[in-house]
Design a protein around this ligand. Structure first.
Ligand SMILES: [Zn+2]
Length: 548
């Protein structure tokens, strides 16, 4: 019944060393298998490109800040109404809205329509986790999970202040399970807490946060050690201090050195790779950053590419949004979330003729084009911060087609580009293999998803088939077929089925002794009771955690 043979496609499966070979893919019961009987349904992929389904390591699709942003931008809903897709079979089809932050159902449909089958929301406040699970329940097709914000968590900071790093690790394990999250997220460690206390100065790695013992450095060390000590499938996922600021590449490099030798993932690095010119303006700091990453195999990153056009910036880094609101005059939301984190939202438009937008666009491309190991520098736009996930095909074209890239470069504001690697000229063009790495195989490996990002026997049957086109942005924007978990969801370029996706989460074991003081802390300080805080059992079983 669920058997399928995808016949005659040209396969790009870099995790299994397959590069452009004509091979059939056989699917049985949601998994890739060696063979299926001759009676199995056949899908003709002759002349087409076959890859594993896309895996988005860093996006924002289901969180308190995403919902605030939806409410902040009603004009986007009006401008981009999304009709219910014409699904076959019994799947419920829902209408919705698009724009930079589509509604839940439309998010699932559009990701699948792009050939993406796995998505992670990168920033969920644990107190809002139940809402995020509700939203993901309404985001069909894609397998999804989220990262849990811990870098400004009051209880964690208290443990760091007390020098209780082992207890901090146990608390992190408890919190991940309580929220039903997948990985530890760190946003502007300590800086969000200082912002909530009214501080407006820049935060350095050694700035005290209340106690002298609590510094961004100490928080980073604690949470990187927790992720590694707990054997989590994904490293601590780090958004550094000083996002967006001239000269912040020094902070980013110092943060990497602070955890040198330990597995860590640094996210949307484009926003953290600015040097400062003598006059204080930003210029590209991509080169020293990528050189450091190239030389340190324990470090991985995603780019956070800026794409020209409409975006919505939303982050737990409330201070950044305040600065953006002040400089752009666009509307602004700030929320201080009790005991845990912050949140800010500001809509933004990246313009070719704007000097800072042009610099950001260039810095992101430099990170891609100077990366020695695409497995460790993967694709993201930090959707919807640097641009929508719908811009990925255009980004792929920029990476694969130097002529096109150079023609775009010639159009943009050149004010801040002097001395950058892009201005000097970069000849590199990504191959289809490298695109398969940065959009699926690499993210899956960095996330520890052993069943995803490849099409070897036993892998999840998440497959995308693209019809070749001279213009690769067209090819990647409209896959001919998408198979999710063995179900053919896109057929002849049309979304036809919308099965529910799996929830990807972990529930690490922890020392039960952590709960007694925690219960007391909740009684004293939280508006939610300790008992009501955890989201409870989820429908899908947790991913195994290999604690050492
Ligand atoms: Zn993000």
């Amino acid at each position: 019944m669920n058997q399928l043979r995808i016949v005659g496609g040209t396969l790009y499966d870099p995790a299994n060393g397959v590069s452009g070979e004509v091979r059939d893919i056989c699917i049985d019961g949601g998994r890739v298998v060696d063979s299926v009987p001759a009676s199995a349904r056949r899908l003709d992929a002759s002349g087409m490109v076959v890859m594993p389904g896309g895996v988005d390591i860093h996006s924002h699709v289901a969180s308190g800040s995403v919902n605030l942003a939806r409410r902040l931008l009603p004009e986007e809903h009006e401008a981009d109404p999304a009709a219910a897709p014409a699904l076959t079979g019994g799947d419920v089809a829902r209408s919705g809205t698009g724009g930079t932050i589509p509604s839940t159902f439309t998010t699932g449909y559009r990701y699948a329509g792009l050939g993406y089958t796995t998505v992670f929301d990168a920033a969920v406040a644990p107190i809002m986790a139940r809402t995020s699970h509700g939203e993901l329940d309404d985001t069909p097709i894609v397998d999804a999970g989220f990262f849990v914000l811990m870098g400004n968590d009051e209880y964690l900071l208290r443990l760091v202040a007390a020098g209780e790093r082992a207890q901090a690790r146990e608390y992190a394990a408890w919190l991940l399970g309580a929220a039903g999250g997948y990985a530890i997220k760190v946003v502007n460690p300590g800086g969000v807490e200082l912002w909530k206390r009214g501080a407006r100065d820049r935060v350095g790695l050694d700035t005290p946060v209340g106690s002298e013992r609590v510094t961004p450095r100490a928080i980073l060390e604690t949470l990187v050690e927790a992720a590694n000590g707990l054997g989590l499938p994904h490293a601590a996922h780090i958004h550094c201090n000083d996002l967006g600021v001239a000269g912040n590449v020094a902070t980013t490099l110092a943060s990497m050195r602070a955890v040198e030798g330990r597995r860590a993932h640094f996210t949307h690095l484009q926003f953290h790779a600015y040097d400062a010119a003598p006059d204080g303006t930003r210029r590209s700091g991509a080169r020293p950053l990528i050189e450091y990453i190239n030389a340190h195999p324990e470090i991985s990153g995603d780019v956070g590419q800026v794409m020209f056009g409409a975006a919505t910036t939303l982050t737990a880094d409330g201070a950044v949004e305040y600065l953006l609101h002040k400089s752009s005059g666009r509307r602004w939301v700030n929320v201080d979330i009790e005991l845990e984190t912050g949140c800010g939202v500001v809509p933004h438009t990246y313009k070719e003729k704007n000097a800072v937008s042009a610099l950001q666009w260039v810095v992101g491309l430099e990170l891609f084009l100077l990366a020695a190991d695409p497995w460790r520098m993967v694709l993201s736009t930090d959707h919807p911060n640097g641009g929508s996930f719908l811009a990925y095909p255009e980004l792929i074209r920029l990476l694969m087609d130097r002529g096109y890239r150079d023609s775009c470069l010639a159009r943009v504001n050149q004010t801040l580009l002097a001395g950058s690697a892009m201005a000097d000229g970069i000849g590199r063009e990504y191959t289809l293999d490298e695109i398969a790495i940065v959009t699926r195989a690499g993210p899956a490996r960095l996330l520890g998803l052993t069943h995803k990002g490849h099409l070897g026997p036993g892998a999840d049957a998440d497959v995308t088939v693209y019809a070749r086109d001279e213009d690769v942005s067209k090819m990647f924007a409209t896959p001919r077929y998408v198979v999710k978990g063995g179900t053919l969801v896109v057929e002849e370029g049309q979304l036809r089925r919308a099965p529910r996706g799996q929830r990807l989460h972990v529930r690490p074991g922890y020392d039960g002794a952590v709960e007694t003081p925690l219960r007391e802390f909740f009684d004293r300080h939280a508006t939610v009771s300790f008992r009501n805080y955890p989201v409870g059992d989820l429908r899908d079983t947790p991913i195994m955690v290999g604690r050492t």
